[in-house]
Design a protein around this ligand. Structure first.
Ligand code: SF4
Ligand code: SF4
Length: 129
């Protein structure tokens, strides 16, 4: 009977546990420049919305629209990446650049093919530990 009440309590508490998936990032940068040359926005912008965001956040002016992917989503690139794939303003790069790849990758984010980093997902057993 006690177990039953414990289960009810846990069921109740589960509604207040935020759903999250955690990753660890391993590896190191190979300095290929793909992440500066080919990026998506977490929010999907239209061209107009992107221009508006650049007005609100002047640091976004370094990014320009490079094209669209096969799903019609905008692809951005940074004007400060060199032909060799290096950052030409390394000491003044944005906090988001310093943190890349972020500890949490939001769906449907992914690393570039060939990136020196890899995402290690926590398994269910890892959570149990
Ligand atoms: S894609 Fe990965 S390996 Fe290439 S520059 Fe970016 S972080 Fe480094
Ligand atoms: S500022 Fe430098 S690190 Fe950041 S996106 Fe541009 S080239 Fe890449």
């Amino acid at each position: 009977m006690l177990d039953f009440f414990e289960n009810i309590k846990n069921e109740f508490l589960s509604y207040f546990v935020p759903e999250k998936v955690e990753y660890t990032i391993e590896g190191e940068c190979k300095k290929c420049g793909k992440c500066c040359n080919y990026m998506y926005s977490f929010d999907t912008y239209t061209e107009k919305e992107f221009k508006f965001m650049q007005l609100l956040f002047p640091s976004y002016r370094r990014f320009y629209i490079k094209g669209r992917d096969e799903n019609g989503n905008l692809i951005f690139a940074c004007k400060y990446v060199t032909d060799e794939g290096l950052c030409s303003v390394y000491s003044k790069r944005l906090p988001m650049c310093k943190k890349y790849p972020a500890k949490k990758i939001y769906y449907p984010g992914a690393l570039h093919e060939g990136c020196g980093y890899k995402i290690v997902k926590k398994s269910f057993n890892d959570y149990l530990k």
